[in-house]
Design a protein around this ligand. Structure first.
Ligand code: HAM
Length: 428
């Protein structure tokens, strides 16, 4: 007897989306597409694998993502490739490569899996889905406000607006950040005893990220640290104030978070996050900001860019908590066929029904079974009606139609009458 093989399981932190869950995903994807369409955004589809160099140069050599989280491998030619940990770098690479940024502005979106080798926990996965938006060629702050308004509209449409809060900050220009960095390092050096191991390491490499620390023992010290917003020049301040004025004008509430710095290096000026208290420690459902400087860093001419990405698993987890997803049934009508001629007649009739009523969801029983067992399957399918064909019906060119969700008698129809009845019901 053959030895039973051990089953192979999915990789830790990478999840299957089972048929029942995919209904929720489809609903969220549909709502998102509809909102993106309402603002005139176009979809771009990008490769999942890029050259490692792209992420190193854009996200930053001394960020968590590049230092410890990338899925990097040499392909058969010996080139170092990486499964994309995010979409911004690839999107900009594609636009530069295809000359999309010459005297043009673009509003783009993309959707798909991203990969980060993080410690898995609820809301943090190694393969996760982002829906991202990137815009090019617009200096802002009007476009900054637009992409925030777009997300605000999506939360309202999903019914989660009162569960999320918008946090905004400005990181100024690279010169302003550099000057501030000096002051910040000076301040931290006076408080070395309070800094944890991670922060001591960051002090050398990326001191602004220390501001983001959630370590409770460091909070008092961090609250008194110099504030970047107070070190911004006139132009950066005017940009930020104008963004705030537009948000006020649109009635979009926000929280100023002067310690919001983001975990990727390419940002300057506007940054924002949508956060919720309902998902524990992984509460950021959407985040983004302006990254004008990255365009030149990737070999383009000076230009403007701002975007964001939302974590689909986190939004779904929030929707699940609130139980707000209207999920449509996958089957409207289930066809029961018992007997050889009934099976053939049923298959032909099903194709005729699909020709006549393209939107109707019709499932045909396959694999045989008694009337009783097929009725059970019909019931489980969620269908509103069962079409029943035995050999007698097949010979007479008739079918029985039985409503499954209301207490009503079954009725007999010829094929033309059945088509008419289903059509009338479906168009209601
Ligand atoms: P990010 O903050 O790294 O930004 O990710 C954006 C969102 O993706 C997060 O707020 C979160 O909802 C989700 N996310 C990130 N990591 C995970 C994970 N391990 N598991 C589940 N969800 C996760 C970016 O990726 C930028 N590219 C956003 C951007 C676009 N900025 C400008 N344009």
């Amino acid at each position: 007897m053959a030895k039973q093989q051990q089953a192979i399981q999915a990789i830790r932190g990478m999840h299957d989306i089972l048929p029942e869950q995919s209904l929720y995903w489809q609903w969220l994807e549909g709502q998102s597409r509809q909102v993106l369409g309402a603002y005139g955004y176009q979809e771009i589809r990008l490769p999942i694998v890029e050259k490692t160099e792209l992420f190193k140069r854009s996200i930053g050599e001394v960020t968590d993502i590049v230092e410890k989280e990338m899925y990097t491998f040499d392909d058969r030619n010996g080139d170092s490739l990486t499964l994309r940990p995010e979409g911004t770098a690839g999107c900009l690479r594609a636009c530069l490569e295809h000359g999309l940024l010459h005297n043009q502005s673009h509003r783009l979106w993309y959707y798909g899996p991203m990969f980060r080798h993080e410690r898995p926990q609820k809301g943090r996965y190694r393969q996760f889905y982002q829906l991202g938006v990137e815009t090019y060629g617009m200096p802002g702050p009007d476009i900054d406000a637009e992409i925030i308004a777009l997300t605000d509209r999506l939360w309202k449409q999903l019914g989660i607006r009162d569960k999320v809060e918008l946090q905004i900050n400005s990181l100024g220009t690279s010169e302003e950040r550099l000057a501030y960095r000096g002051k910040l390092v000076e301040y931290f050096q006076q408080h070395l005893a309070v800094l944890d191991e991670d922060s001591l390491r960051r002090l050398e490499t990326n001191p602004l990220r220390i501001l983001d620390s959630k370590n409770p023992d460091m909070q008092t010290m961090l609250q008194q640290a110099p504030v970047l917003l107070e070190h911004l020049g006139e132009e950066s301040l005017a940009h930020f104030n104008s963004l705030k004025a537009t948000l006020d004008d649109l009635g979009i509430a926000y929280q100023l978070n002067t310690r919001l710095v983001r975990g990727l290096d390419y940002y300057g000026k506007t940054v924002f996050e949508w956060v919720t208290e309902h998902l524990g420690s992984q509460g950021t459902i959407c985040a983004g900001g302006r990254y004008d400087g990255l365009i030149e860093q990737l070999g383009g001419k000076a230009n403007h860019a701002i975007g964001f990405a939302m974590g689909m698993e986190r939004i779904l987890a929030l929707l699940e908590l609130l139980d707000n997803v209207p999920v449509a049934a996958t089957t409207d009508v289930y066809m029961i066929r018992v007997g050889t001629s009934a099976e053939a007649a049923g298959m032909r009739l099903a194709e005729r029904i699909r020709d006549a009523i393209p939107g109707l969801k019709l499932q045909v029983n396959c694999g045989g079974g008694s009337f009783k067992s097929q009725f059970k399957k019909a019931d489980k399918s969620g269908a509103e009606y069962a079409i029943i064909i035995g050999d007698d019906e097949a010979q007479r060119g008739e079918v029985a139609l039985k409503p499954l969700r209301i207490d009503a008698e079954q009725s007999t129809h010829n094929h033309d009458q059945l088509l008419q009845t289903l059509q009338d019901w479906h168009s209601q």
